[in-house]
Design a protein around this ligand. Structure first.
Ligand code: 48F
Length: 253
């Protein structure tokens, strides 16, 4: 078989154009492909929800890739071990209640689970604004290519519609800040100093709909609540992603 470069180009353009047109309108937009966003997207996808994951960077995985200070291992506590098992992420017991997993495997398996569940990934794409109309609800997102922002180019963005947005942008709580900046409808307290035990205990409770249509998860949930950070223990991120998915399923269906 002789390969034709133009056929390869046509295959990529036609398939991605089809997907992008389809995902102009979606049920849930997960902003940020770190551990909480990936878990949320995978669990929503498993329930048949149309999910798009929008990730600013080229790579998927957020802060999970780097493990702890570039040692590619993460720690997960007993409460979240069932989610490691759910996503077939191998782990080793360390001391009682502490499990160690490979950060790269964890990202790869969460990503694969989200793909298998039908979630679509839009990487190199960033959310630069939200749509809020008379119904006072986040009903869409304004997106653009990351290289446009990096190059400082003046290129107008495009807009997609979504029933729910999940702010899974980590420590910066980017989408929550956007809503907060539009007239103080939401307050972002900012995250507190390191306190792993408390931060992990509180994160699921902080995972909530902070504004109609906008659910915060992962470190974004703790940052909005003024809660502590926890470092390279990731059980809370997975449990928070699961909580965000459950909240949305409960209200959407
Ligand atoms: O930071 P990140 O991994 O978020 P997370 O799921 O997990 C936090 C942990 O990694 C770690 C921790 C664990 O104890 O504290 O920090 O809460 O992933 C956030 C992702 O959001 C992307 C960003 O590139 C990263 O991959 N992101 C940030 N801003 C935007 C965005 C944006 N405006 N549009 C799209 N993606």
């Amino acid at each position: 078989m002789k390969l034709n470069e133009v056929t390869i180009t046509r295959a990529i353009l036609s398939e991605q154009s089809r997907v992008m047109l389809d995902y102009v309108d979606l049920e849930v937009a997960v902003v940020g492909a770190g551990p909480s966003g990936l878990a949320c997207a995978a669990l929503l996808g498993e329930q048949g929800v149309k999910v798009g994951v929008i990730e600013k960077k080229l790579s998927i995985g957020g802060g999970m890739w780097g493990g702890g200070m570039m040692f590619p291992r993460i720690v997960v506590q007993e409460e979240a071990k069932r989610l490691l098992d759910h996503f077939s992420i191998a782990c080793k017991a360390f001391e009682e209640g502490y499990y160690v997993a490979k950060s790269v495997e964890a990202v790869a398996k969460l990503t694969a689970a989200a793909c298998d569940a039908g979630a679509e990934f839009f990487n190199l794409t960033f959310v630069e604004d939200v749509v809020i109309k008379d119904d006072r609800r986040v009903s869409g997102l304004v997106i653009n290519w990351t290289p446009v922002e990096m190059a400082g180019l003046h290129v107008d963005p495009l807009t997609i519609a979504c029933r729910y947005t999940v702010d899974a942008t980590g420590h910066d709580a980017v989408v929550a800040h956007m809503v907060a900046s539009k007239g103080g409808m939401v307050t972002v307290a900012g995250e507190g100093p390191m306190w792993a035990d408390r931060a992990e205990a509180m994160i699921v409770g902080h995972t909530r709909e902070i504004f109609p249509g906008l659910v915060v998860t992962g470190m974004a949930a703790n940052a909005v609540a003024g809660e502590h950070r926890m470092g390279p223990i990731f059980g809370g991120m997975l449990l928070s992603g699961e909580r965000a998915a459950t909240l949305i399923l409960e209200t959407m269906r």
